[in-house]
Design a protein around this ligand. Structure first.
Ligand code: HEM
Length: 129
């Protein structure tokens, strides 16, 4: 798949997350937007993996292997953080007020990581064969 199509989706996911943070006090909307963003992100990773086995190919083709490793590591960490968001978010919905601060800090960290994933994806572009 064309790189620009993947990166446009990536940008849309970042924009969705901004909308989700903006609507953080509207629980129904917040949960819907964030779930959509996270599911779309996982579908995006699958598209990259399936359409060109990106990591394997890119690790051979890309000139700066270290930059690619940094990108992949940040991207994987972001998905791990999605797990924390669902866990703490569900607890919040169940009425646990203590976990709110944790959800907030993890939330802004997750968003920062997702922004970094987008920014570093420009290092990971596979050259045309
Ligand atoms: C990447 C995903 C997510 C991010 C970045 C995020 C971020 C945030 C932030 C910044 C807040 C405001 C906390 C505060 O100011 O004290 C918040 C509130 C909240 N989030 Fe999330 N969140 C995410 C996913 C989720 C998910 C998956 C759920 C539920 C399953 C959820 C449920 C909630 C709830 C219930 C609140 C409290 C809203 C209220 O005050 O009524 N969040 N979230």
């Amino acid at each position: 798949m064309e790189t620009w199509l993947l990166q446009t989706q990536s940008l849309c996911i970042v924009l969705l997350m901004i909308a989700g943070i903006y609507s953080r006090y509207n629980r129904v909307l917040h949960v819907r937007i964030m779930s959509l963003a996270m599911i779309w992100d996982i579908i995006l990773i699958l598209q990259i993996e399936l359409s060109r086995s990106a990591i394997l190919k890119a690790s051979r083709a890309v000139t700066n292997a270290m930059a690619l490793n940094v990108h992949v590591t940040i991207a994987v960490t972001t998905v791990v953080f999605y797990g924390f968001m669902v866990y703490t978010g569900r607890k919040l919905l169940a009425g646990d007020r203590e976990i709110r601060r944790k959800h907030r800090i993890l939330g802004y960290s997750t968003f920062t990581l997702r922004l970094l994933t987008f920014a570093t994806s420009f290092w990971a572009v596979v050259p045309k064969e």
